[in-house]
Write a new protein. Structure first.
Length: 185
């Protein structure tokens, strides 16, 4: 192979390596790969850490909405976050007669925007350390930074930490959180 051909081949290899490096893959969630071409519900159903959230979305009648066009940002509590609620809370919320209350709780985890962590961090910084996040459920969460991690304070003063950020979806983004955010009821 000629020197110009080798240089061209080397340049192509460097270019393609740069393109591959620039396209970071989604982090795994609940042991499952998360695919950018799947919607929020399709990906959440594959996470072993989000079975309670998926069951709750089904019980609240929100699956179709979260499969919609979006964009949505979902702060997705893990099963452990639901387990940390007072005993009987999840079972009570999953009862058909509590569908509206459950929908309120879940929609307080959803924002009608595609908000990556860098955008949230910038809003927090621009607002002097705390940014109000209005959810589709009518709740106002307080976003802050704590040692480089985003935290969200609900209307009751409880704080959730984002444990996995920027999980891209076809209709938005998921940020995994370690606590269920509750509205004032």
């Amino acid at each position: 192979m000629s020197k110009p051909a080798l240089r061209a081949l080397a340049a192509a290899a460097v270019l393609s390596a740069g393109i591959l490096a620039a396209h970071a893959e989604n982090p795994k969630v609940g042991g499952a790969a998360m695919f950018e071409d799947k919607n929020i519900v399709e990906n959440a159903m594959n996470s072993k850490d989000h079975t309670t959230l998926v069951a709750a979305a089904k019980a609240a009648g929100l699956v179709e909405t979260l499969q919609g066009k979006g964009p949505f940002t979902v702060f997705a509590p893990t099963n452990a976050a639901f387990d940390a609620l007072p005993a009987g809370t999840v079972d009570t919320l999953l009862k058909p007669e509590n569908k509206e209350k459950l929908a309120k709780v879940l929609t307080c985890h959803v924002v009608a925007a595609d908000a990556m962590s860098s955008a949230i961090s910038k809003m927090v910084k621009d607002d002097g350390g705390e940014h109000d996040v209005k959810t589709v459920g009518g709740c106002v969460l307080k976003a802050k930074q704590d040692m480089g991690k985003i935290t969200l304070t609900d209307e009751n003063g409880d704080v959730a930490k984002v444990t996995i950020a920027d999980v891209k979806q076809s209709n938005g983004v998921i940020h995994v959180i370690d606590r269920v955010l509750l509205p004032k009821m």
